[in-house]
Design a protein around this ligand. Structure first.
Ligand code: BG6
Length: 484
């Protein structure tokens, strides 16, 4: 069956930086379904040739070593451009004709990719519907919706309603690019294709879990967007909660979209809501020094560029095991990692006194950039009596496999074209995620907020974040990944 991928908002950054390089790489590897066409739609009055030329230059830049002129030229033949305005129903009427001509009236799977400004999502969906473009009588029709999906629970519900007026839920693919990362999928494999972890994956053996997504970059030129969003909307509602769901979920009975998403959403539903004094006690916020001077940031902005949350998942597996989620910009290094901190042995018979619980076993899942898994364990130092030292079993993707890690958009675009929604968020998942984040956003605007502490660029967040962990007898795993 031929596939047509229609990118709405084609002249935007995401298209040139991520979507086209991902499609090009899939083409080069021979993974793109045969007869796949790419149609770009946006207001800029390009010709198809002009758009292809522009994309050749950006793809060369973003696909790096993967770029090969002959392969690009073959891929570029699949690309066409159609100028159109998302606001204008007539543009969609013209699009019907453009697509019918391209597909020669034959049946084809169409995937509409919303890469426009989020404020246009509802309009785009309504106009697609009005032009009959969601109608499946001549082939499958799907829609991919980029993040952010709403800015709070209310707007997410409104958007879900608007989308469902035109598309049935099984036609809808809400992207969270973290789910497209190989290492995030490998977390499913680690947990559910190995039997040795499951017995140890619960409150009996685990003291707490840390999920860190640290970024070295600052807000750069995105301050206009970022200042309204802040770290909770930008990173927690989606990426951090996705990582938490995959870490904490029960084993789905099969690898299929709804089985997986049913288990994920149960995790979110079990999160104990924060109330009253919890906001000051269980959340930390910070802003990096110099944020206020970034272009586009209003004077005195209180937007948090760093946050740490302590969430409790009230179910049989996790009761009493805090999940610490942390993310920020302008931090020490780029690292996304999940640390499963095990409990200490009940009795330590080696050495001459109690050892620090910080030496207890840790399973460190490195999501990026040093993709791998390390198991920290105590080992006897040779020729030194019964002296122990923390050592690790170290698995690295780069050592074990050849080739570079594919960008997450490759997997996600392919899945959307092939109709596998396992790695996409369902409507209820997005809404429950907002229902966890909304009260924190509200509290941070009120006297219940923790102080907004400034942290130096290149640090692990504000000092109060370390103190907060120490006051709970715990410590962040602040280790920058070693890349080799
Ligand atoms: C995006 C956020 O969703 O994820 C950005 O809007 C952030 O602010 C980015 O930088 C991080 O993604 P990655 O894949 O580089 O960790």
């Amino acid at each position: 069956m031929p596939h047509t991928l229609v990118i709405l908002g084609a002249s935007g950054d995401l298209t040139s930086r991520k979507l086209i390089p991902a499609l090009y790489s899939l083409h080069k590897k021979g993974q793109l379904p045969k007869e796949t066409r790419v149609v770009g739609v946006s207001r800029t009055p390009f010709t198809s040739e002009a758009w292809r030329d522009q994309l050749a230059a950006t793809t060369e830049k973003f696909a790096g070593q993967d770029f090969d002129t002959a392969a690009w030229q073959a891929f570029a033949e699949r690309i066409t451009y159609h100028p159109g305005d998302i606001d204008q129903p007539t543009s969609f009427e013209q699009l019907v004709q453009v697509l019918d001509d391209l597909e020669h009236g034959a049946s084809a799977t169409r995937v509409y990719y919303l890469s426009t400004s989020p404020s246009l999502y509802a309009t785009a969906v309504a106009n697609l519907g009005a032009a009959g473009l969601a109608d499946e009588s001549k082939g499958i029709r799907r829609i991919v919706i980029e993040k952010p999906f709403g800015t709070d629970l209310k707007s997410a519900k409104e958007l879900n309603r608007a989308v469902h007026q035109v598309f049935a839920e099984q036609q809808v693919y809400r992207i969270d690019h973290y789910l497209g990362k190989e290492t995030v999928q490998n977390l499913l494999v680690l947990r559910f294709a190995n039997s040795i972890f499951e017995p140890l994956w619960n409150r009996r053996y685990i003291d707490h879990v840390q999920i860190t997504v640290a970024e070295e970059v600052d807000v750069g030129r995105r301050a206009g967007y970022y200042d309204h969003s802040g770290v909770l909307r930008d990173m927690f509602q989606n990426h951090l909660l996705q990582l938490m769901m995959i870490t904490a979920m029960e084993a789905p009975a099969r690898y299929s979209a709804d089985f997986i998403r049913d288990e994920k959403v149960k995790v979110l539903r079990a999160v104990k809501p924060l109330t009253g004094g919890d906001f000051a006690r269980d959340t930390v916020r910070g802003q990096y020094a110099g944020y206020l001077e970034a272009e586009g940031v209003p004077a005195g902005s209180q937007t948090a560029t760093f946050a740490a949350l302590k969430l409790r998942i009230d179910n049989w597996r996790w009761q009493g095991v805090p999940f610490y989620l942390r993310s920020g910009k302008a931090m020490s290094c780029r690292t996304s990692q999940i640390v499963i901190q095990y409990r200490e042995p009940p009795i330590m018979m080696f050495g001459d006194g109690p050892r620090s619980h910080l030496d207890a076993n840790k399973l460190v899942i490195q999501i990026q950039p040093a993709e791998g898994i390390q198991l920290h364990l105590q080992t006897k130092v040779p020729d030194a009596g019964m002296k122990l030292r923390s050592t690790d079993l170290d698995f690295r993707f780069a050592r074990e496999f050849t080739g570079t890690m594919p960008d997450s958009y490759q997997r996600l675009l392919l899945d959307a074209m092939n109709g596998d929604a396992s790695l996409f968020a369902r409507h209820d998942e997005v809404e429950v995620a907002w229902s966890i984040i909304d009260p924190i956003l509200a509290a941070w605007q009120s006297p219940a907020a923790p102080p907004l502490e400034t942290y130096p660029v290149g640090d692990w967040g504000p000092a109060c974040s370390d103190e907060w962990m120490r006051s709970q007898g715990r410590e962040w795993f602040d280790v920058c990944p070693v890349l080799h």
